[in-house]
Design a protein around this ligand. Sequence first.
Ligand code: BES
Ligand code: MN
Ligand code: MN
Length: 453
Amino acid sequence: MKSINYIQSNKQRFLDELFDLLRIPSVSADSKFDKDVRNAAEFIKEKFENAGVDKAQLFETAGHPIVFAEKIIDPTWPTVLVYGHYDVQPADPYELWDSPPFEPVIKNEKIYARGACDDKGQMYMHVKAFESMMANNELSCNVKFMIEGEEEVGSKHLGDFVKANKELLKADVIVISDTGILSNDCPSMTVGLRGLSYLEVEVVGPNRDLHSGMYGGAVGNPINTLCDMISSLIDDKGCITIPGFYDKVLELTAAERAAMAKAPFDLEAYKKELGIDAVKGEDGYTTLERIGIRPTLDVNGIWGGYIGQGAKTVLPSKAYAKISTRLVPNQDSSEITQLVKNHIESIAPAHVKVTVTPHHGGEAAVIPTDSDGFRAASKAFVQAWGKEPIPMRDGGSIPIVALFQKELGLDSVMLGFGLDEDAIHSPNESYGVFNYIKGIETITWFYKFFSEK
Ligand code: BES
Ligand code: MN
Ligand code: MN
């Protein structure tokens, strides 16, 4: 394909444009960045226009805008709907970055910036793959793009947009580049995503902070109590103790687990990369199973009392925690949210008042491998990487994937190229220049093979 040569000869410009996008701090969680989030949307809209779409527009929501663009070449041709997100996670804590998060740099062939991989770098590969196909007259399917600005805060308004615009979004397949591969030597494709239920816990004890000597030992400490409550949620086998939590969990057959175990996974390298001496999780499951097919409960943040310099002797009045559970197929996120909320409130001892407030959630998804879309993607990997991708169940969540299945009746092809070492959501997020360019090529091949199906 001529497009492949085009990608190689435009490599520097493709990188420069991504850098311009990475310089826009489109943090969806923090209203301080609202203007930047909008600027990122405008930026992408303009790039779609330059790349040759029929039309590109911003759809306003009660939150951040959705960028929609399309190129309908021939209504009788198959249509690909691309989903991605232009918002990013907060870059905090800034002091842990080796270079500023919104001033992208290349070091050791990797692009360092917030959003380099999740998801600006991966989303922008689609803009450039489309441009390459258009410029060389090689696009033989129709393409629609829906790029949102609220993925990192739970896609609050995207669900309504999808339900209200089914005709606009009509397509034969959905393609998403927002996941990873096992390694550059061993490409893989995500066939499972976990669901999510996220809650916040408030524990209130005495009506004010107290002197920890005058009152300590006589009045219950909300932080101590919160810790007790949290540690009671997981037993010594790594099982979650909330009654009913596992009731609907879909267990895999021995054959399915054996198939999963074929994926090459190096536990020693995994521990080394994370700087840990041992892994920890539910008894009876491998690390890949703990990530891919088992539900979890984690504290994401915990605070209260005095955390300033030096020591202050205080028995705090309040304690807080943010808790998330990752869910697997058949668990229902609102049901689990209710279950977790009721349970945590029910185990509150008499000396504190406990309130649990739900945040966002989303459903798990499994992606079938016997579809035209999956086969075309698999062929694209063989073409671009010289290897067939291994199907993998990921631990992360993209709740819109289950909603696409439900509302549009469409499965998503997860054509992601990130690596664990890209450190998404962490300081020093990165994305390999190789993966960026190879990703653009792979998407290009996907279009070709999907239209030949
Ligand atoms: N791209 C990630 C999800 C992901 C990462 C899936 C790696 C598979 C492998 C996405 O941007 C994300 O971070 N999602 C959130 C969920 C959302 C509801 C806030 C997550 O998984 O925490
Ligand atoms: Mn993402
Ligand atoms: Mn993310």
